[in-house]
Design a protein around this ligand. Structure first.
Ligand code: ZN
Ligand code: ZN
Length: 136
């Protein structure tokens, strides 16, 4: 039995746990992730939505679904992006790894949506597979 992973937003108003290990972890360089993060994109782990349990602050969460994309959910107090991939309605969801703080040590396993790398963005030469869109 593995210990569940605990995450939170920047202000601490939203707290949650993830009860299963991530099936995969990726950098997403898509334009939506750039805009919501204010930077290169998001770094997420994928799990069945049922493995994500809110512990506190459900009323602070807001979701936005961009046209042609899946719902992204953030804390309405501090703006931290926490969940993507259509949470909570989708079968599986993305959880932003930044919510776990600096101690979380599983490295991402791929770069996705590299077709959307910006002119000001540096794609690291880290040997990870790169996918034009998503990992297959
Ligand atoms: Zn917050
Ligand atoms: Zn993305």
């Amino acid at each position: 039995m593995t210990e569940s992973l605990r995450g939170s937003c920047l202000c601490g108003g939203v707290r949650f746990e993830v009860a299963e290990p991530f099936s995969y972890t990726t950098h997403c360089h898509c334009e939506f992730c750039k805009r919501i993060s204010g930077g290169y994109g998001t770094v997420s782990g994928r799990v069945p939505t049922s493995a994500i349990r809110l512990l506190q602050g459900e009323e602070l969460l807001r979701s936005y679904t961009p046209q042609g994309g899946s719902a992204k959910t953030f804390c309405s107090t501090c703006g931290s992006n926490l969940f993507g991939g259509g949470w909570p309605e989708s079968e599986s969801s993305s959880v932003r790894l930044a919510a776990f703080g600096l101690e979380f040590d599983r490295k991402p396993e791929a770069h996705t949506f590299v077709r959307s790398v910006a002119a000001w963005e540096i794609l690291p030469d880290d040997g990870l597979p790169r996918y034009e869109i998503r990992a297959t």
